[in-house]
Design a protein around this ligand. Sequence first.
Ligand code: AKG
Length: 299
Amino acid sequence: MIDLPIPRNDIDGLCADLDQSGYCLVERWLEPDAVSQAVTAIHRQANQTVPEPDRLADVEDWVIRDGDQWVLLLVLESELDHLITHRPALDLARHLLGQSIHLSGFSAHVVHPGNQVMELHTDQWWLPRPTMPGTEPFRPGDASRSVAYFGSPDPAGHPINPAAVINVMWALTDFSEASGGTRLVPGSHLSGVEPDPSVAWNVVHAEVPAGGAVIWDARTWHASGANTGNSARIGVTATYCAQQFRQLQNHTAAIKPGDYGALSDEMKQLLGFRLFSSYGATDSFEAEFSRPGFLREML
Ligand SMILES: O=C(O)CCC(=O)C(=O)O
């Protein structure tokens, strides 16, 4: 029986919880002012009915389904960007994934009262599983959400994939069982399989105050909970992936020409502009950062 993570702020303890349980809980990394500014930014984006034409991207900007609201592509929102480059959060991400990482996605998940509970899942279902020579291979190009390998959440007795992704979900309101805090299956990151949705697995409910965070290894079985309260639960997730994986949101395409020049090298790296041994090139294979075609003409 493992000790379940409790909310804390020290990196060593958080790393140990992440390794052991597949998730960790941050008690408070954000001051109340930063929380309220972030909430204002989320409301500003979420309450619009059409995407601002001069904002980032030509993608569906929010989706509300069964009480779940996603506010997508939040990069370059001034009240939120500091969450992406938050040093301890990046330290934890690099502890799990290694040094060269990208921001895979940056979105708010607003869980409204009376929402429909999400099914447990992992966030790297697309990564081919190790297979024994001579057995039917998992073809990477056939990966889809409907091709899942179910099993128990116990540690596998055979090699499994490393974590390729980590989620840092910032709590902008209190997370509790009643507010729809993230549900997690401790230890399931070592199972190498996905949760069978027809089974009622034992879960823990992440409980952290506003200003804290829930951080999980993408292999960990998880989902949001049921909000039985009377106000929305707001989380903002910075998802990081190792540099060789495709990002959830296409940040390199979403950046406006005028914004590219103002990005710090760290932000260019995180958004996916830094070349990885020629991968991601748009012009010279030797360039440090790639530039989309329209930027090559402008800069
Ligand atoms: O909103 C949450 O608590 C969890 C969201 C989730 O499952 C996900 O982003 O994959």
